[in-house]
Design a protein around this ligand. Structure first.
Ligand code: J2J
Length: 519
């Protein structure tokens, strides 16, 4: 599903789509530092050279333009080099989150018909080579590349050869796939083109004021849109700044890096922001280089927003974004009132916004309704998902975000709930339907409904409501069962409620609203 010709023409004429290829993104001077990971430091010249060699190596290895490659790497130099190598080649990374496991990865590899799957050897106490062996049993024929000790597979470091001239990909072609937070059973693949994603990261870099003096700390997983390109690592490298890769966003990992590298900008979800605000008081680390903290992924409470400047000594930017496209940012020169209480306004003057009621009619100005959007960097359809696309888009191409928002006269949006059946667990999105379908496979579960319950730290947690089949299962039994089915840990229910019956809506569907209210 690509952009219609008349829209593509408009987006080019207005200067959003410039024909820039993502492989050409690293924009800094050759001797400047592009990447820092632990004791490893790469200049821009080194980054470009390594990406060129890996692109040639991948080509020789059999990866061709248009091929899909599932990339399952943590925040490492290899992630960045591999991404640029694939962009140069015109092969397409499918970015899996480090927390994904057999259930998600098997599906992603099969659905994208990936030719290769790239993993670390171990990360955060987990051996990804064991996972790869399990995935291969279900998706045979795929090649596995390992950053680190390869075990039975191929070392990524061996995928290396003298640079060769490679044909440049078409800027309007798909450059990469991101994953949707998911409203249905399985995560959807979001195709992003060179043209649209280059705009996404360039305009984001502008709105956050990035330049070659920026030192960006990648604390959140860079496989996620926020830390990848909003402006994230790609926006920073475009601006010629320095990217510092953190192994995790926890204060003990992140704070020493901020102090040592004089980090100026970073991005967090609200639950981590709370953690940082607490830790900053006792950590005894010099965080004074921080200029800007971006917070997004879930609704930031005003109480938390108010604490950012006094505690961390930097400005706050709220970001309401989605991997599907649309990004809203509070601006650096917005009045405090807007920065503290809104989720920003759209990035592009040609982001089209509609706010509609249940019948799809536009609401009155200032009223709450579902946000629909269309624009130069918002997808027109998920990859190979015709049936879902028919429901997720209007006939004229607006994407139904599932978010409930109201718009202020300034154009800023306030997010206030959602109509999609997901749980936003500290910024990590859990599809209720996906968890329910796994729960239903358990012999002691007759029926299951998964709902969000409020939580002081994470914003929301996941509650599994179950009608038992005979002896009711325990939460520990169910989470062990879900884990054995290869589901990522962040999707495991935090709480179990065993019920005798579900409340139903007039049309006979389980009423999640009534269920949540009952809890
Ligand atoms: C309330 N809900 C929010 C916010 C996202 C930047 C920032 C975040 C994401 C992201 C992203 C929210 N307040 N500030 O991709 O580039 C919820 C909405 C939205 C969904 C998208 C980025 N910011 N959300 O979170 O694809 O429900 O992207 O539709 O993971 O997160 O989730 P995701």
């Amino acid at each position: 599903m690509s952009f219609p010709d008349d829209f593509a023409t408009k987006y080019r004429e207005r200067g959003y789509w410039t024909g820039t290829l993502l492989g050409d993104t690293p924009g800094g001077g050759p001797d400047r530092t592009a990447l820092v990971q632990g004791t490893t430091r790469l200049t821009y010249a080194e980054l470009r050279a390594r990406a060129d060699r890996m692109a040639a190596g991948l080509r020789a290895f059999g990866v061709a333009p248009g091929d899909n490659v599932v990339v399952h790497l943590p925040n490492t130099v290899e992630f960045v080099v591999l991404s640029f190598a694939l962009f140069r080649l015109g092969a397409r990374p499918v970015y899996a989150l480090p927390a994904h496991r057999r259930s998600e990865i098997t599906y992603l590899c099969a659905h994208s018909e990936a030719v290769a799957y790239v993993i670390p050897d171990t990360h955060a106490g987990f051996d990804y080579r064991d996972l790869a062996a399990e995935v291969l049993a279900e998706v045979p024929g795929m090649r596995v590349l390992v950053a680190g000790a390869p075990g039975p597979f191929t070392a990524l470091s061996d995928v290396d050869s003298e640079p060769v001239p490679l044909p440049a990909p078409d800027p309007s072609s798909v450059a990469l796939f991101l994953l949707s937070g998911g409203t249905t059973g399985l995560p959807k693949l979001i195709p992003r083109t060179h043209d649209d994603y280059a705009y996404n990261l360039r305009a984001s870099a502008e709105v956050t004021g990035l330049d070659q003096d920026t030192v960006y700390l990648a604390a959140l997983p860079i496989a996620h849109n926020f830390a990848l390109a909003c402006p994230g690592i790609l926006g920073t490298l475009h601006a010629g700044g320095t990217v510092v890769l953190a192994p995790s966003p926890s204060p003990p990992d992140a704070f020493p890096l901020i102090e040592r590298e004089r980090v100026t900008v970073t991005a967090l979800v609200p639950s981590l922001t709370l953690l940082w605000l607490e830790a900053a008081k006792w950590a005894g680390r010099d965080l004074s280089s921080l200029r800007l903290l971006q917070v997004g992924g879930a609704k930031l409470k005003e109480e938390t927003a108010l604490r950012v400047r006094p505690t961390l000594g930097c400005d706050l930017q709220q970001v309401f974004g989605m991997a599907e496209g649309l990004l809203c940012y509070t601006r650096l020169d917005d009045p405090d009132e807007l920065v503290l209480t809104t989720q920003g306004r759209p990035l592009c003057p040609d982001d089209e916004i509609r706010i509609v009621d249940e019948d799809g009619a536009d609401v009155a100005p200032g009223e709450l309704g579902q946000l629909l959007t269309r624009g130069p960097y918002t997808l027109r359809g998920y990859f190979r998902a015709d049936e879902h696309n028919a429901k997720a888009f209007t006939p004229d191409g607006f994407y139904l975000t599932g978010d409930l928002v109201r718009r202020l006269p300034s154009g800023h949006l306030v997010v206030d709930g959602r109509v999609k059946d997901t749980i936003n667990r500290g910024g990590e999105k859990v599809s209720a339907e996906e968890v329910e379908s796994h729960l239903l496979a358990h012999p002691a579960v007759h029926d299951a409904a998964v709902v969000a319950v409020p939580d002081a730290l994470l914003g929301e947690r996941t509650c599994a409501c179950v009608l038992p089949n005979g002896e009711p299962p325990t939460l520990a039994e169910l989470t062990a069962f879900l884990r054995s089915r290869g589901l990522a840990d962040f999707k495991l229910p935090d709480r179990l409620e065993v019920l005798n019956e579900f409340p139903y809506t007039a049309v006979g569907k389980v009423s999640k609203k009534a269920l949540a209210a009952r809890l």
